[in-house]
Design a protein around this ligand. Structure first.
Ligand SMILES: Cc1cc2nc3c(=O)[nH]c(=O)nc-3n(C[C@H](O)[C@H](O)[C@H](O)COP(=O)(O)OP(=O)(O)OC[C@H]3O[C@@H](n4cnc5c(N)ncnc54)[C@H](O)[C@@H]3O)c2cc1C
Length: 297
């Protein structure tokens, strides 16, 4: 087994013993620790979306366990009174096992979430192998449960069409650049091109969409988004910025101080290696942050 595979295996000793490396980006291994992290964000004027880490599940039992963890998490959110909704990956719900099975699990979560003060459930977007399936399950769920929304990735060439479809449906979209290594046939690879597409898609969502989530830490892009909103008279209550837990916390606070809405994506759980690995690939500085935690108390 390659070193990276050993590192990514959820039950590896690496994941058991080296959580301190991921601490900056992952809000602990338990629901209690995640709720405490949300409480601290709420105190700073930010809302959150909680993600129970895990993906690419190949067995029904594992998917059912994850679904039940989400149900328990929704109960814990309700009991604690914190301001957060949840984000879910369909491959953790069994999408790679069977599409109908993943839909059933998602619907159970959507129904349970309706008891919460924020009943919204966001479906994260994963690699292009599952883009089409993810969109299909999303649309099937949305037909009966309006408390579900989707993520679209600006680096994919297909996304302008998917944005139009979401606008037509009236569905909520989180727009991000995209975190997976996709081939040039289907994805833009250069940052200026990705930024330009992101801005154009965001303009559509801000002016014609339903409460878009603008997910980026990119100062240049954030400046462009503010300009677009100003030009089209889109009030601060008609969209929200979204950032990842532990990424650019000062920028998160600055935007709140300027009067923008800010939602933080808060991942937690023991299966943190895949998520952490994507953050490190995105920015070498993230590895430095992690390693510097070795020297902090
Ligand atoms: C809330 C949220 C949810 C997401 N959900 C998904 C999803 O469902 N599917 C998916 O594929 N991807 C998702 N992503 C990840 C996303 O696609 C990008 O991979 C990730 O956000 C990096 O792109 P960026 O625009 O934030 O910044 P980058 O493109 O990484 O960086 C742009 C610029 O921002 C600055 N910068 C970025 N990070 C830092 C930092 N830590 N410290 C200092 N400067 C920094 C730098 O100036 C950099 O040049 C999500 C991201 C967010 C914020």
């Amino acid at each position: 087994m390659a070193l990276v595979d050993r590192f990514l295996a959820p039950d590896s000793s690496f994941q058991k013993n080296f959580f301190f490396l991921a601490k900056r980006f992952v809000a602990g291994e338990t629901t209690d620790s995640a709720i405490e992290a949300v409480r601290a964000l709420n105190a700073q004027g930010m809302s959150a979306t909680l993600d129970f880490l895990g993906e690419d599940v190949l067995e029904r039992d594992a998917a059912l366990k994850t679904r039940d963890a989400y149900i328990a998490m929704l109960d814990a959110i309700r009991a604690s009174g914190v301001n957060t909704n949840v984000s879910v990956k369909l491959t953790a719900m069994g999408l790679l096992v069977d599409e109908d099975f993943a839909l059933e699990n998602l619907v159970r979560i959507l129904e349970h979430a309706q008891r919460n003060s924020d009943p919204f459930v966001r479906i994260d977007m994963e690699g292009s192998v599952v883009t089409e399936k993810t969109l299909r399950v999303f649309e099937r769920a949305y037909a009966t449960h309006k408390n579900v929304g989707i993520v679209l990735q600006a680096y994919l060439k297909r996304t302008a069409g998917d944005v139009e479809r979401a606008i037509e449906l009236g569905a909520r979209v989180r727009l991000c650049k995209g975190a997976y290594n996709e081939p040039p046939e289907i994805a833009y690879k250069e940052m200026p091109e990705i930024r330009a597409h992101y801005a154009a898609l965001a303009e559509q969502l801000l002016t014609r969409g339903n409460y878009p989530g603008i997910a980026t830490h990119d100062r240049e892009l954030i400046g462009t988004i503010k300009e677009i909103a100003k030009t089209h008279n889109v009030g601060n209550d008609r969209f929200e910025f979204q950032m990842l837990y532990g990424c650019r916390p000062q920028l998160q606070r600055d935007l709140v101080a300027e009067g923008y809405r800010m939602r933080i994506y808060v991942p937690f759980g023991t299966h943190w290696a895949g998520y952490f690995y994507r953050r490190v690939l995105e920015r070498r500085e993230n590895a430095v942050f992690a390693l510097s935690s070795l020297f902090r108390k």
